[in-house]
Ligand binder design. Structure first.
Ligand code: NCD
Length: 337
């Protein structure tokens, strides 16, 4: 396994400046954890004695459970914070909540919040206080969802070379990201990783859900411009040009909770124009695979039968791989041995 000592990042908040070599470190480390997870005893003592706290200020099924299981497989002690039953409802600030968990000896904080920038703000506070706490962003507003993009990357690379997943496998591959790009932190993080890998990234969605600024996607919220890595994106208001000869199709949930006004005529019409179906996949390269971060609106973003077709859908693998990838992140930033 790659020694965690070769890893220099303290926090993982965004992927904007992650290098191909760092992606490869994450992929190789995740592959060794996939091997661990295939054993009868799926636990390793890597983070024994450390406390991993899940601070999820926004609802989540798979990301929270996946981080919790990853931490447990690494033998860490885990704490779970749920806003509904917490002192937040008594007026405690987010930073004070974080400091409460710091005082209990938390080593790694995994943070999700509906507001962009909260994980960064907590990371800054932890540094200002001179602590050694590390922060993993588990999704903040529309800004970033690094662990999701990394598990997507891992899932695609493993499909191309299961034993030796690495970013160069995606060089020149055409990847279509379809749907509600505007509200999607998953799309934003995937754009960083896939373009760094040298993939050809095509975005498709209705004009109301496709931010025009993405044409020059060099400076997202809280990030600095990085001109070293090409960020060429192709944008389409129709589905077909994005699907033609695509190797992977990444579908996104329509994020109704983030939509301000009538951004869509109707779900039926959306499905007619942008829904992924078996018929439409005929435009893609043979062997095309479909991804979705979940939760899925069945029959809206993609047809229900497609979602359940193991020949076409990578959705179950994404969930399975999420645990290994999050173990890799916890191991690397946790300085595990
Ligand atoms: C995504 C999220 O929460 O950003 N889901 C996830 O983490 N698996 C995407 C979504 O909510 O649509």
């Amino acid at each position: 396994m790659t020694p965690a000592s070769s890893w220099t990042r303290r926090h993982v908040i965004s992927l904007w400046d992650v290098t191909p070599a760092e992606y490869d470190t994450i992929l190789t480390t995740a592959a060794s954890f996939t091997e661990v997870l295939s054993r009868r005893n799926k636990k390793v003592p890597t983070l024994q004695g450390q406390v991993v706290t899940n601070l999820f200020f926004e609802p989540s099924t798979r990301t929270r459970s996946s981080f919790e299981l990853a931490a447990k497989r690494l033998s860490a002690d885990t704490l779970n914070f749920a806003p509904g039953s917490s002192s937040l409802s008594k007026g405690e600030t987010i930073l004070d909540t974080a400091k409460t968990y710091l005082a209990m000896g938390t080593d790694i904080m995994v943070i999700r919040h509906k507001q962009s920038g909260v994980p960064q703000a907590i990371a800054n506070e932890m540094e200002r206080l001179g602590t050694n706490v590390r922060v993993l962003n588990a999704g903040d507003g529309q800004h970033a969802h690094p662990s999701q993009a990394l598990l997507d990357l891992y899932t695609m690379c493993c499909l191309l070379d299961e034993k030796n997943p690495r970013v160069e496998l995606l060089k020149g591959k055409k990847i279509a990201i379809v749907g509600d790009i505007l509200h999607s932190r998953v799309a934003r993080s995937n754009i960083w990783s896939l373009t760094a890998a040298g993939a050809e990234v095509h975005l498709a969605g209705p004009p109301t859900l496709l931010p025009k600024g993405f044409a020059n996607f060099t400076q997202p919220l809280n990030d600095q411009t990085n001109t070293d890595i090409p960020r060429d994106l192709q944008m389409h208001w129709q589905l077909e040009p994005a699907l033609e000869n695509a190797d992977f199709v990444m579908t996104l949930r329509l994020q109704h909770e983030r939509m301000t006004d009538h951004m869509l005529p109707s779900l039926r019409e959306y499905h007619q124009q942008f829904g992924i179906t078996r018929e439409r996949l005929k435009l893609c390269n043979p062997g095309v695979k479909v991804l979705h971060p979940g939760p899925v609106n069945r029959g809206v973003e993609l047809s229900s039968d497609l979602m359940d077709d193991p020949e076409l859908s990578l959705i179950p693998q994404q969930v399975t791989n999420g645990v290994a990838v999050r173990m890799a992140l916890l191991y690397l930033i946790g300085g595990g041995r």
